[in-house]
Design a protein around this ligand. Structure first.
Ligand SMILES: Nc1ncnc2c1ncn2[C@@H]1O[C@H](COP(=O)(O)OP(=O)(O)OP(=O)(O)O)[C@@H](O)[C@H]1O
Ligand code: SF4
Ligand SMILES: [Mg+2]
Length: 370
């Protein structure tokens, strides 16, 4: 069944139709975003100066270990932060308009129409007592003012779009009748209901087994390409992004530490943290231990936002900071180069289109990948 989602939805949407999605058009630009939580134990800086850009027709992967600020930064983009969280600086421009200058309700309405998010706990978000069709049509009716019949037709189209088989029948079924992978497809369908320009998918495959992960990622990539959307794919697993992302932003302790086209990043990471993450990605046919859990993980633990180390936040875990030969820097008593312990490295361009927040990025790019 051929579906022309763009025409259907845009005709029905209130207000102006969005501008065309010409490949390369900047849709979303996040600049110097900082978010903090005010808690009983003090202020927690969850995001600290994050910048990235999402273009039509491209996929940006936001990658990093648990707690690095992937979800909080995305909720800030959507205007959906909890009451204890505050954006303390930065801009979130959608097609040039800074959403952070809008009243919160307007910010959310803007996002409801143009920037959609598949939430990290999406699988739990489906209400077990309502049919999948009801849940898809409910939001459509509320947001786009569609009649019951139109909304239902649209719900079937959306299920078709995300390749749920027998959509006409399945629209009448309950979430428990869907497998985990199919439920995730329903959540993606729900996010696509308003034909967004940008889709932020927060760990869309983490709860799924490996085969289903691949199918869901393939589906997202296909939809993104067909519709020339901007896609932000959030994951803690660099292995996941290899086949689907164009660009990668690696986050650590609320900051971007490397930004690069995906191909360059895999060929030669420009930050020791990226290099460590890559070492933990199984290589088919190379890592015989891949299925037995014996691949190296990044040693140590990421810092909690309230206890970010001085200097480079990664220095307690960094093997390059302890390198004894070559390059600038003086070793301190703990074997860590002084500059790593004392000076916070800014995110700087280290090659065309590539940035790294490491004092020794040039050295890394000049040397061999470990
Ligand atoms: N409600 C909250 N109150 C206080 N701090 C919070 C709250 N929610 C998140 N944080 C802090 O913000 C930081 C970033 O959280 P975030 O959920 O963005 O991490 P994440 O990168 O999405 O991790 P994960 O991969 O586990 O989903 C966390 O380290 C956490 O300490
Ligand atoms: S600045 Fe130093 S501690 Fe930080 S990543 Fe680079 S080498 Fe490692
Ligand atoms: Mg998260």
């Amino acid at each position: 069944m051929e579906i022309d989602i763009d025409i259907d939805v845009r005709d029905d949407m209130p207000g102006q139709a969005p501008a065309a999605r010409t490949t390369g058009t900047t849709l979303l630009e996040v600049t110097d975003l900082a978010v903090e939580f005010r808690t009983d134990d003090g202020t927690v800086r969850a995001v600290e100066g994050l910048s990235y850009r999402v273009e039509a027709g491209r996929t940006l992967a936001l990658v990093g270990e648990s707690g690095c600020g992937k979800s909080v930064s995305s909720l800030a983009v959507m205007g959906l932060l909890p009451a204890t969280a505050h954006v303390t600086r930065g801009e979130v421009r959608y097609r040039g308009t800074d959403l952070l200058t809008l009243p919160r309700t307007k910010h959310r309405a803007y996002c409801g129409q143009h920037v959609a998010m598949v939430f990290q706990d999406a699988l739990a978000a489906l209400n077990p007592v309502h049919t999948v069709g009801y849940q898809l049509t409910e939001s459509l009716r509320a947001r786009a003012g569609l009649s019951r019949r139109e909304a239902r037709r649209r719900a079937v189209e959306l299920l078709d779009l995300v390749k749920v088989p027998n959509a006409r029948q399945r629209v009448n079924e309950y979430p428990h009748q869907f497998s985990g992978g199919m439920r995730q497809r329903v959540m993606i369908a729900s996010a696509l209901a308003m034909d967004p320009d940008v889709l932020i998918a927060d760990e869309p495959t983490t709860a799924l087994d490996v085969t289903v992960q691949a199918q869901v990622l393939h589906l997202l990539a296909e939809i993104q390409a067909e519709r020339n959307m901007g896609l932000v794919l959030i994951t803690h697993d660099l292995g996941v992004v290899a086949g689907v992302a164009d660009d990668v932003t690696v986050m650590y302790a609320g900051r971007a530490v490397e930004q690069s086209p995906v191909r360059d990043l895999y060929a030669a990471p420009a930050h020791p943290y990226t290099r460590a993450l890559l070492r933990s990605v199984p290589r088919l046919g190379v890592d015989d231990d891949a299925g037995r859990g014996r691949l190296p993980v990044v040693p140590g633990r990421p810092p909690s936002p309230g206890r970010v180390p001085s200097g480079c936040p990664f220095h307690p875990r960094c093997d390059v900071a302890r390198a004894s030969s070559g390059g600038a820097g003086v070793e301190g008593g703990d074997g860590v180069r002084d500059v790593c312990r004392t000076d916070r490295p800014p995110l700087l361009e280290v090659a065309p289109g590539r940035s790294s927040a490491c004092h020794f990025a040039a050295e890394l790019l000049g040397g061999d990948r470990a």
